[in-house]
Design a protein around this ligand. Structure first.
Ligand SMILES: Cc1ncc(C[n+]2csc(CCOP(=O)(O)OP(=O)(O)O)c2C)c(N)n1
Ligand SMILES: [Mg+2]
Length: 326
C-alpha cells in the first residue's frame, strides 16, 4: 500500500480556498438576484459542495475536459470560466458565455475545457465519455470528468456510460456528488446499494469514496482517479460526499431537510473545514482575509459589468443555433 501523499503545498491550498470562496460569493449573489427577481429563469446554487469542485479541478490539467449539470456555477468557476462571462450569461446579456441565450443552467466555455452544463439529469455523462474517447484516439493524454448527482445513478444513461467507459477503457472519471438529496428525495429512500461507490463493481471498475466537505480529501480521491485514467488504467467511479445547503433550486422552501440534520452538516461546511485545516497548517490569517477581499471584489465587478451589458437583439435569435455547412 502506498502512503497518502503529504498535503498539497500552502500555495495550492490557498488556491483551493480562493476557488471555494469564489464559488460561495458568486452563488450568494445569484441567490440574492434570484430573490429580487433580477435574473430570468431558475437558479441552482452550489452551497455545500464547494470542496468537491475545487478539489477535483485542482487534480486536472487545464486542457482536461469536464461536463457539468444545471448546478454548474461552481464547476465553471473552478475550471476557469471568466466571472464576467458567467454573470453576463446569468443576466441574459450578450457578454455571456452563450451570448445570453443559455442562462444560469447552461454555462459552457470550450476554451477552458468546460464542455457544458446539462439540465437533463445524467446527460453530461455521454458527453464527457465522448471527449475521453476523442482524447484516447488522438493520444492527447487528456482526461474527461463527468459531474453528476446522487439522483443521476438511476438514469439509464449512467449505466450505459459506465458500461461503455469500461469496455473502451476510456480516460474518464465518473464523478458523483452525493449531496444527500435528489430534489426532495433523501438518499436513504432511493439508493438500492450501501453506497454509490458500490455500483462500480457492476462494471468491474475501481471506485473511490471520500469526504467532499474536505477539499483535500476530495482532491486526493480525484487525483488517484485522474492519474489512473491518464495512465491508461481506464475509468473510475468517484463518490464524494457533501450536503446540499441550498434548496433544489433557489426559492425551494427545503421543508424536507430536517433543521438538526442541516445544523450537523453546517459544522463541517467546506469553508469552515478548510479554515480549521488552515489553522493547523499555520496558514496566515491575513492571507485568507486578503483572498476574501479580492474574491468579493472580483465577484462584485463581474456582476456590475453584466448589469451594464446589452441584451441580445431579436435579430440575434437564430445566430449560433444552427451549423451552416458550405
Ligand atoms: C432526466 C431528468 N429527470 C428528471 C429531471 C428533474 N430533476 C431536476 S434536478 C433533479 C434531481 C437530481 O438530483 P441529483 O442528481 O442528486 O443532483 P443535485 O440536484 O442534488 O445536484 C430532478 C429529478 C431532470 N432534470 N432530468
Ligand atoms: Mg443530489
Amino acid at each position: 500500500m502506498s502512503a497518502e501523499p503529504a498535503l498539497p503545498p500552502a500555495e495550492r491550498l490557498l488556491d483551493m480556498y480562493r476557488t471555494m470562496l469564489t464559488m460561495r460569493r458568486f452563488d450568494e449573489r445569484v441567490r440574492d438576484l434570484n430573490a429580487a427577481k433580477a435574473i430570468p429563469g431558475y437558479a441552482h446554487t452550489y452551497f455545500g459542495s464547494e470542496g468537491i469542485g475545487a478539489g477535483v479541478m485542482a487534480a486536472l490539467r487545464p486542457d482536461d475536459w469536464i461536463a457539468s449539470t444545471y448546478r454548474c456555477h461552481g464547476h465553471a468557476i473552478a475550471k476557469g470560466v471568466a466571472l464576467e462571462a458567467m454573470a453576463g450569461e446569468i443576466y441574459g446579456r450578450t457578454t455571456g458565455t452563450a451570448k445570453g441565450k443559455g442562462g444560469s443552467m447552461h454555462v459552457s466555455d470550450f476554451d477552458v475545457g468546460m464542455l457544458g452544463a446539462f439540465g437533463i439529469v445524467a446527460a453530461g455523462i455521454p458527453v464527457a465519455l465522448g471527449a475521453a474517447l476523442t482524447a484516447q484516439r488522438k493520444r492527447t493524454g487528456q482526461v474527461a470528468v463527468a459531474f453528476f448527482g446522487d439522483g443521476a445513478v438511476h438514469q439509464g444513461v449512467f449505466h450505459e456510460g459506465a458500461g461503455l467507459a469500461k469496455l473502451w477503457n476510456a480516460p474518464v472519471v465518473l464523478l458523483c456528488e452525493n449531496n444527500q438529496y435528489a430534489e426532495a428525495t433523501a438518499i436513504e429512500y432511493h439508493l438500492n446499494t450501501e453506497t454509490i461507490a458500490d455500483m462500480a463493481c457492476a462494471y468491474a471498475m475501481p471506485a473511490e469514496r471520500a469526504d467532499g466537505m474536505d477539499v483535500v480529501s476530495a482532491y486526493h480521491a480525484a487525483r488517484r482517479a485522474v492519474e489512473r485514467a491518464r495512465g491508461g488504467g481506464g475509468p473510475t467511479l468517484v463518490e464524494l460526499i457533501s450536503y446540499r445547503f441550498s434548496g433544489q433550486y433557489e426559492g425551494d422552501k427545503q421543508a424536507y431537510q430536517p433543521p438538526e440534520e442541516m445544523a450537523r452538516w453546517r459544522e463541517r461546511d467546506p469553508l469552515v473545514t478548510f479554515e480549521r485545516l488552515a489553522a493547523e497548517r499555520g496558514l496566515r490569517d491575513e492571507d485568507l482575509k486578503a483572498i476574501g477581499r479580492a474574491v468579493q471584489d472580483a465577484v462584485d465587478r463581474a456582476f456590475e459589468a453584466a448589469e451594464r451589458a446589452p441584451f441580445p437583439e431579436p435579430d440575434d435569435l437564430y445566430d449560433d443555433v444552427y451549423v451552416s455547412y458550405p
